[in-house]
Design a protein around this ligand. Structure first.
Ligand code: FMN
Length: 177
């Protein structure tokens, strides 16, 4: 199969995972192309955290109220950032699309733009793999990233068919400097 791996990676962990997955898929006989999704301006970590700070309260309330969590996951809006021109702006020629990113509290702003901008998603089967710092907590990590991603894909006519989340055990915002 012809597979496109479209990834956003701010500090390199998801990019590393993308290469490992591509190697495995190539060994299985598939052909892989990459799309490196890059914001026009990559923010320092603090403006980036600031942009998503509004969600922390929602995440915490969602831990104690299932009803609120469901509402939050279905309704949160991610701010977008401009991304550099795509190498593969139309993905219709690919048999499968893989999207990859870190978790940035919610869906990263660059991915939000990519999922709205990229053409040719209709009827595509899509996989999404991600890295984040902590353990794969069902509600706090897995659902807050992959369910909205599935929703955005569905709106573009695509179907999320598989997910993978790995802990990088790294969070740049917990480091000084
Ligand atoms: C703004 C921001 C928000 C983040 N939110 C989370 C989070 O909610 N949960 C988590 O486990 N890690 C979180 N992280 C950590 C990243 O997901 C983690 O470091 C990831 O592996 C980075 O991937 P990358 O190197 O491909 O950019 C966050 C990092 C940033 C900068």
């Amino acid at each position: 199969m012809n597979i496109l791996i479209a990834y956003y990676s701010r500090t390199g962990h998801t990019a590393e995972l993308a290469v490992l997955i591509a190697e495995e898929l190539t060994a299985m006989g598939h052909t892989i192309d990459f799309e490196k999704i890059e914001p026009v301006k990559e923010d320092h970590r603090w403006p980036l955290l600031w942009r998503t700070q509004w969600y922390w309260g929602g995440l915490v309330i969602g831990l104690v109220s299932n009803k609120y969590r469901e509402y939050f996951i279905e309704n949160y809006k991610t701010p977008e950032v401009d991304i550099k021109p795509l190498t593969h702006p139309d993905v219709s020629k690919y048999d499968r699309i893989c999207i990859a990113s870190p978790k940035h509290t919610i869906v990263p702003c660059a991915i939000e733009r990519y999922l709205r901008q990229v053409e040719g998603l209709k009827n595509k089967k899509v996989g999404y793999f991600a890295t984040w710092a902590g353990p794969p907590l069902k509600h706090f990590e897995v659902e807050h990233l992959f369910r909205p991603a599935a929703d955005r894909l569905e709106r573009r006519g695509a179907k999320l068919v598989s997910i993978l989340g790995l802990s990088s055990v790294y969070h740049e915002s917990l480091l000084s400097g």
